[in-house]
Design a protein around this ligand. Structure first.
Ligand SMILES: NC(=O)c1ccc[n+]([C@@H]2O[C@H](COP(=O)([O-])OP(=O)(O)OC[C@H]3O[C@@H](n4cnc5c(N)ncnc54)[C@H](O)[C@@H]3O)[C@@H](O)[C@H]2O)c1
Ligand SMILES: [Zn+2]
Ligand SMILES: [Zn+2]
Length: 375
């Protein structure tokens, strides 16, 4: 079958992307689903910074590839052996692909699944092959979903069926941004009510962490970013205080406000400078959780004496430590009841043809989530 998809042929092109066009919308061939896979007609797909990092060349990828790892759509065909999904189901797609059998999957950490990581890092489906091609030339998958396209073939393990009444544009954000940001608060850190929380970096992921902090009843919710637009949006969704990261007094001001620092600092800026800021905001005995994926060569260091004498913790967080089939339906129920106003994270609905301009805007740091709507 032929379909339109946004293809990345080369990493590291210069900005503005509207001119250098790292992504080109092309007609590709997509094969039908094989064992354990489904064909999904895409309705919506979110623009995440992780795909921007791929465009920038922050980490190597098999090329050419179709990006996109956060989406919503409708199942149009099911391959042999599919158990949980049927034609017509509304689904959320995300980058977590747990094989269900390895030690990490069995211990409730499918995002860490080594078996699927091997396939994903080769730009392949779980069976080591691709369903995408152009005039017979192989095209690589991204995160097993490649959803910047009119159709996606995905393992049923990458997909969660959702309530068909929910709008798929908002539901798409649960595939990565909400899963990661909200999950970092409720799963990775398990923040208790009354805690003092800071969030550094207020994109789709950081703003979802703010929603999580509100949900669990954190007392102080401190938003930190470079852009005033982001700080005011954080205020609208429940941040109690906000600070500009570029303000030289930022750390001191937060320490003064909280009597020595926050219990939990969540770092979602995508840069090691943000990690440093978040670590410095943590009180003695507190925890810094980072979900940032900066350049693959970047290192982050802390003062060893301060870490030990202050009994501080530093934790990585991948996909909010979520089990998608457990957490996405639960998070969506809270969204449906109005307890998670994810719609406020939607900055714009765009078309597939506007994708390069969308990445220019994301790169400028002033928008939260932009979502491609497929007509
Ligand atoms: N660990 C995971 O599972 C996971 C999942 C999704 C995204 N990510 C990563 O999380 C990061 C955030 O993703 P996003 O899509 O929300 O990004 P985004 O670009 O939408 O948001 C990043 C925000 O950080 C702010 N920022 C930049 N530098 C800063 C600094 N020095 N101090 C404070 N704020 C700063 C920007 O102004 C922007 O508001 C990226 O690195 C992305 O790759 C990780
Ligand atoms: Zn993402
Ligand atoms: Zn596994």
């Amino acid at each position: 079958m032929r379909m339109r998809a946004a293809v990345l042929h080369e990493q590291g092109r210069s900005k503005p992307y509207a001119e250098s066009t790292p992504l080109t919308v092309e007609e590709l061939d997509i094969e039908g689903p094989r064992e354990g896979e489904v064909l999904i007609e895409m309705v919506a797909a979110g623009l995440c910074h992780s795909d921007l990092s791929t465009i920038e060349g922050q980490r190597p990828r098999k090329l050419p590839t179709v990006l996109g790892h956060e989406g919503g759509g409708v199942v149009r065909d099911v391959g042999p052996g599919v158990r949980e999904l049927a034609v017509g189901d509304h689904v959320v797609l995300g980058p977590v692909l747990g094989c269900g059998e390895c030690r990490d999957c069995l211990s409730g950490h499918p995002a860490l699944c080594t078996a699927s990581l091997a396939a994903k890092s080769q730009g392949m489906m779980l069976d080591g092959t691709s369903r995408l091609s152009w005039n017979g030339e192989k095209i690589f998958h991204t995160s097993g979903v490649s959803c910047f396209a009119e159709f996606s073939v995905a393992s049923e393990l990458s997909v969660v069926a959702i309530d068909p009444e929910l709008p798929l544009a908002e539901a798409a954000l649960f595939g990565c941004a909400v899963m990661t940001g909200l999950g970092s608060v409720v799963n990775t850190a398990r923040v208790p009510a009354g805690a003092a929380v800071a969030v550094v970096g207020l994109g789709g992921v950081g703003l979802s962490a703010i929603l999580g902090a509100v949900l669990v009843g954190a007392d102080r919710i401190i938003a930190v970013d470079l852009h005033d637009e982001k700080l005011s949006l954080a205020g609208e969704i429940g941040a109690t205080h906000s600070f500009r990261a570029s303000d030289p007094d930022c750390i001191e001001a937060v320490r003064e406000l909280t009597g020595g620092g926050v219990d939990f600092a969540f770092e979602m800026s995508g840069v090691t400078q943000g990690m440093k800021t978040a670590y410095d905001l943590v009180r003695r005995g507190g925890t810094m959780v980072t979900a940032s994926l900066p350049n693959i060569a970047d290192e982050f260091s802390v003062n060893a004496y301060d870490l030990v004498s202050g009994e501080k913790s530093v934790r990585g967080c991948y996909m909010g430590s979520c089990v998608p089939s457990r957490d996405i339906p639960k998070f969506l129920r809270m969204y449906k009841r109005g307890r998670l106003p994810v719609e406020k994270l939607m900055s714009a609905l765009i078309t597939l043809d506007d994708i390069n301009t969308g990445y220019d805007r994301l790169s400028d740091g002033k928008v939260a989530r932009q979502v491609i709507e497929f007509s």
